[in-house]
Write a protein that binds this ligand. Structure first.
Ligand SMILES: Nc1ncnc2c1ncn2[C@@H]1O[C@H](COP(=O)(O)OP(=O)(O)O)[C@@H](O)[C@H]1O
Ligand SMILES: [Mg+2]
Ligand SMILES: [Zn+2]
Length: 290
């Protein structure tokens, strides 16, 4: 079962060649499982950012919500081992479902079209910090990607670990056909983070769908005056200078925070707001490229 395998990965991390041919065979099996799992999914979208806190998970959750609402069979996968937050954002408390033969993780069904799985399901205690070292972590990520029973999907949205290190790399290496969506805040785009994300995509030869600017202007609830909390316009400018598609700019909206806490993504709402309209533009700009 998954937990046992994760334990094993932890134990053998000091010496990967310890069990010789066995390990190689396991690796092969794992690869075959990943291929089998991902083969039934039409489009994989890898949501990434240069650093945490820019709204990667919020964008992932709302993208999945929006696509499912449009009638697409959608899966949402949280692979952020350091800060898994997707389950909470979708209002899920029960996470771990194992298939009858104990081989696969069963995603949680949020609505008719949306299934969710979080790496959190592999962490016994929700608040437990992940302090595993590199090899154990990448082993777990690899296993996680191949061990989910998604079935047929139109979209799989992957909330990747932040940054450009080993962990996002492991995810991409196992899902090479994934298309990247880079999330950033406006003030950050002028800095090196986005360029790092772009160079990461180039290095791993991952195609990108484009850049989303999140937490742009905030409208004062009293006078409706826009306030640029994190500056303005950097997203479009950076996208242009880097030859990336600009997918759109999402305003700062306190409802994104409260809805995340309440476990119902804003994009499930029925009343259009500036945020949902801006988000619709992002989704349209993604769909027209596929
Ligand atoms: N457009 C937005 N407006 C207001 N708050 C936002 C927006 N996007 C994200 N947030 C909030 O910012 C915080 C970080 O977002 P999160 O999606 O968890 O980022 P990441 O996954 O990149 O770490 C959360 O509290 C979230 O509710
Ligand atoms: Mg996150
Ligand atoms: Zn005001």
């Amino acid at each position: 079962m998954i937990h046992e395998n994760v334990d094993k990965a932890k134990k053998t991390q000091g010496c990967p060649s310890q069990d010789g041919g066995n390990a190689a065979q396991k690796q092969q099996e794992q690869k075959a499982m990943i291929k089998d799992t991902l083969g039934k999914i039409k489009h994989k979208i890898f949501v990434l950012s240069g650093k945490g806190g820019v709204g990667k998970s919020s964008v992932s959750a709302n993208l999945a919500a929006s696509l499912s609402k449009k009638g697409y069979k959608t899966g949402l996968m949280d692979v952020d081992v350091h800060g898994p937050s997707i389950a909470h954002m979708l209002g899920l408390t029960e996470l771990l479902d194992i298939s009858p033969d104990q081989q696969l993780l069963m995603p949680k069904q949020v609505n008719e079209n949306l299934k969710v799985v979080s790496v959190q399901a592999l962490m016994q205690d929700k608040d437990q910090a992940i302090i595993w070292r590199g090899p154990a972590k990448t082993g777990m990520i690899q296993q996680f990607v191949g061990n989910v029973e998604w079935g047929e999907l139109d979209f799989l949205i992957i909330d990747a670990p932040p940054g450009t290190g080993d962990e996002p790399l492991t995810v991409v290496q196992n899902i090479p056909e994934a298309l990247g969506v880079i999330v950033t805040t406006p003030q950050e785009v002028a800095l090196s983070d986005v360029r790092k994300s772009i160079s990461f995509c180039k290095t791993v030869k991952m195609k990108t769908l484009g850049l989303v600017e999140n937490m742009a202007a905030f409208k004062c609830p009293h006078c409706n005056e826009p306030i640029d909390l994190f500056k303005n316009g950097g997203g479009a400018k950076t996208a242009k200078s880097q030859g990336l598609e600009f997918l759109g700019s999402l305003p700062f909206d306190t409802r994104v925070v409260s809805s995340g806490d309440e476990g119902v993504p804003v994009m499930f709402g029925e009343t259009p707001t500036e945020f949902t309209q801006a988000f619709d533009t992002v989704v349209d700009n993604i769909l027209k490229q596929l």
